[in-house]
Design a protein around this ligand. Structure first.
Ligand SMILES: [Zn+2]
Length: 274
């Protein structure tokens, strides 16, 4: 196609040459943001401070040194103890869509050269819900951290327990809480990072058991979500399930914008490992 042909091409063809993800609209202020600038700002809107939700890989990028990550326990098989209708199909579709094998990624990484064990939950994988694989990976993460004498950082983002695994899912709350207890007995630090949103069985187990709990600015969190509370006929005060209110009431140790989280983690890990 010559340049004059290009100029004569229908407008729709010319616009189709613009990559669809070149610009992103901020859900906080509706401004158009240039994707490259947004990435440089760690996916925080420069106009209004809205924190975009991150993929697991983006969270890893803003938390750990490049190329320092080594994955653990990827081989755990999908679990369908109740043979719940369409559950395996749904999880396999989530694998294809996200490139994740389950709703949490675990392994070893480094921050400014300091090694630590890291877990990152993926909200886009079946709502970041905790079934057997998620509970098992979190538990093994903590147990392996004890063996290797590593501090642990887990970034949570979850709708709660995975209903398709019923009681097996709820048992993961006890299992991960027990592992956090063993980690504490071993004298190793556990930093829990709560991101938007952290709810249900994850919030009520390992996510709120950190020695230090950090919440990312603007994150929603709670046990029963607003829609569940609505069904009971009770009215929830506005804003109660936000990181800001939880911080005001002493449930969280630090409330930080995204840009300050990595330096805070660095300070904590350095204190704990020298
Ligand atoms: Zn904005």
């Amino acid at each position: 196609m010559t340049s004059s042909d290009e100029n004569n091409a229908p407008a729709s063809d010319r616009f189709s040459e613009v990559p669809p993800d070149l610009w992103q609209t901020c859900p906080g202020c509706n401004q158009l943001l240039f994707s490259q600038d947004l990435e440089a700002d760690l996916w925080v809107c420069s106009k209004c401070g809205y924190h975009f939700r991150l993929t697991v890989w983006q969270r890893l990028e803003v938390t750990a040194d490049p190329d320092s990550f080594e994955e653990w326990d990827r081989e755990l098989p999908l679990n369908d103890p109740l043979e719940f209708p369409e559950y395996l199909e749904k999880t396999r579709a989530a694998q294809e869509k996200t490139g994740m094998s389950e709703a949490v990624l675990t392994g070893r990484a480094a921050l400014d050269g300091i090694p630590f064990a890291i877990g990152i939950m993926d909200l886009s994988f079946v709502g970041g819900s905790m079934g057997w694989v998620v509970g098992e990976r979190v538990t093994r993460l903590m147990e392996r951290a004890i063996e290797k004498r590593l501090p642990v950082v887990i970034s949570s983002a979850s709708g709660g327990a995975r209903m398709q695994e019923s009681l097996i899912s709820l048992m993961q709350m006890a299992k991960t809480s027990g592992a956090a207890g063993k980690l504490a007995q071993a004298g190793l630090p556990y930093v829990s990072l709560l991101t938007d949103p952290t709810y249900g069985g994850v919030m009520a187990s390992f996510a709120f058991l950190g020695d230090i709990i950090i919440a990312e600015k603007g994150a929603a969190m709670g046990f029963a979500g607003p829609r569940v509370v609505e069904v009971t006929g009770l009215r929830m005060p506005a804003g109660v399930q936000t990181a800001e209110v939880q911080y005001e009431h002493g449930m969280i140790d630090m409330l930080l914008p995204r840009r300050e989280i990595r330096p805070a983690l660095h300070t904590i890990l350095r204190w704990c490992t020298v």
